[in-house]
Design a binder for this molecule. Structure first.
Ligand SMILES: [Fe+2]
Length: 266
């Protein structure tokens, strides 16, 4: 058995700046405190690492990445970072030179764990909020899959499927068919796919692959399935997920870490 944390859409700004009426840095600090208390070494469910599935910052400024680094250094376990449409690859790499990149400079890395291979993909595409995996990034993914045999866990900021929220569906991952072609020969050993981008708790399957996404740590996206030109924002509770991987199951526990309601014995 193996536990890790999935966190997403942090949307950090430079110090002192707020967004939609809340301070994303304060929200992330509270998430870090919660993760350290509940899943640090010696806790009942220690997590081996944290994966952040993109939109680390809101506008990608160096000052935002510097603040992000200062906050994440409060985590008592390693963290692995990915890019989203709001990020800037060069500024990210300057601030986090130790984070893995592929041979072309995309923020993609393969992490070997006791439970299988974690493949973190870079769907950031310049000039658009939609995502994509170009031929180089797909070739990297194809090579990692070809050289491995065991279970695989995939992480992408952008989901490769429509979810019914009109504006988000227009900025999903483009050319999902190309990704599906690369994954198809390995589908039976892909145990789960984790997304960000949607700022919503969501689970299902895509072409037979189970997936989940969770709320971000800052602002959220409302469940509004009407046709509209803007993203339906909301201030639903912030969350991260404790993911438990065992031989026969992948369990995703979404945790509303700001919840203040009483806990009691039923
Ligand atoms: Fe986001």
């Amino acid at each position: 058995m193996f536990d890790f944390i999935h966190i997403t859409d942090l949307h950090i700004l430079p110090p002192g700046e707020t967004n939609y009426g809340l301070d994303p840095a304060e929200r992330l600090r509270m998430a870090v405190e919660s993760i350290a208390a509940r899943h640090g070494p010696g806790s009942a469910a220690p997590a081996q690492f944290v994966v952040a599935t993109g939109d680390l910052t809101h506008h990608g400024q160096p000052a935002a990445y510097a603040q992000l680094r200062e906050i994440l250094e409060g985590l008592p376990m390693p963290f692995h970072l990915m890019l989203g449409n709001h990020d800037e690859r060069d500024h990210f790499r300057d601030a986090f030179p130790e984070q893995g990149v592929d041979q072309n400079g995309f923020v993609q890395q393969a992490i070997e764990t006791d439970s299988g291979l974690f493949l973190l993909l870079d769907t950031k595409t310049e000039g658009t909020h939609a995502g994509a995996l170009c031929d180089k990034r797909l070739a990297w993914l194809n090579a990692r899959l070809a050289e491995s045999e065991g279970p695989v866990f995939l992480f992408l900021h952008h989901p490769p499927m429509s979810v019914g929220i009109s504006r988000m569906d227009r900025i999903q991952m483009a050319d999902a068919a190309a990704l599906a072609d690369v994954l198809a020969p390995h589908q039976r050993r892909i145990r789960h796919m984790f997304h960000g981008h949607l700022h919503r708790p969501l689970a299902g399957s895509w072409r037979g692959i189970p997936f989940s996404s969770i709320r971000g740590t800052a602002h959220q996206v409302a469940l509004d399935l009407s046709e509209r030109e803007t993203v339906p924002g909301s201030h639903e509770p912030a969350a991260y997920a404790l993911v438990r991987v065992s031989e026969d199951a992948v369990i995703v526990h979404s945790h509303d870490y700001l919840d203040q309601t009483n806990h009691f014995d039923l």
